[in-house]
Design a binder for this molecule. Sequence first.
Ligand code: EPZ
Length: 424
Amino acid sequence: MSEEIIVVRGNGTLKGEVSVAGAKNSALKLMAAALLGRGQSVIHNVPLISDIAIMGEVLERLGAQVEREGHTLRIDTAPVDSFKTPYELVSKMRASISVLGPLIGRFGQAHVAMPGGCQIGARKIDMHLVGLEALGVKFDVAHGDLIATTPDGLHGAHVMLNFPSVGATENLLMAAVAAEGVTVIENAAREPEIEDLANMLVSMGARVSGAGTSIIEVEGVPSESLHPCEHTTVGDRIEAGTFLVGGALMGGPVTVRGIDPSFLRMAIFKLRAMGCEVETGQDWVRVERTKPLVATEIQTLPHPGFPTDLQAQFMLLAARAEGVSVITENVFENRFMFAAELSRMGADISIEDHHAIVRGVSRLQGAPVSSTDLRAGAALVLAGIDAEGETRVHEIRHIDRGYEDYVGKLASLGADVSRTSVSA
Ligand code: EPZ
């Protein structure tokens, strides 16, 4: 039995220019939204990653035709004649739950396997369900499947979210566009990917305002009036932030292209606070560091707060900074597993409840380590570039879920990194 791993030799080099792909956490939902328009939608700037392939399988299982031409997807949902998404696909990727809203919007019903948790937390969907119930959806659970019906039709409602959940906001939005009447989603998630989804829905004929703010208003239109569209996915701010952290750690300069810098304001603020020079342009960000890294304090929060998906990457920076940093994870209940792996490389990190106390060290040593989630995996590879000696990163399927050609892009920036198969 063989396993593919990433082998990194610490040469401390990462400099040059790299382009980011389209945002994973937008493209997956844009694909689901295509279910609302009966016909062929075209989505550009879609990343070539395994999660996208799984979402393609979900749509094909529903009856859609999905064709990929490079970074463009052509999704014909006219043939969609099922509203059932089976466990074996949802269990492979919990983001499949994003088809719940559009299936309800199109068919008034859905039969979707309940997503499980994952390494970083329980990943509940109670806010999705409560919000959709307010729109007239009735849920039954049978043998792990969610069975959604709308016996009295789908109608607008004023929904207040307890927490600005990204997934709940998206599912509510994709159902509300076809509900009868007006829906207000209050305390909505404000991530840039929400705005991207709303823009696509509007180009399909939906009436949405306020996306990107905490109050989104939707004026429902007849489901049949929603039509296919052509849309380009926004750049991936988390992939961009990952490469910027690499440039900050090794000194750079690294320029990341294909990203709107306004998506990364908090991350850029923290890079500067830790001693980096950061320049921005219309669709690029450049980072360079000529001074020692300085400790900082980070609170992960919903956008525009510090993104939880960059927490592991910044923990790595903190592990090499002068002084003691405190990182607080407020979004997920178990997202510090990266700390244990980084400690194997010599980092000095202690975890107290949802706080990580990170004491900077002058050097990391290469070691065999394991990816616990895709962001931790990406950060471990960066740690290997900085460390002394060789680092072998296992469980790299997590990285392949969210990073297109991560090894190739790092190698193009001068890293000594490669993929290889080893007998497990
Ligand atoms: C999305 O997950 C992203 N995934 C995550 O990215 C990201 O970390 C997260 O948003 C926060 O920004 C995708 O877009 C595919 P949430 P999502 O609903 O929608 C709890 C990555 O690395 N919650 O905002 O699941 C939940 O358990 C991934 O690319 C409830 O309790 O995030 C979590 O603790 C990781 N009940 C918190 O809220 C609910 O009904 C935030 O979840 C919904 C959520």
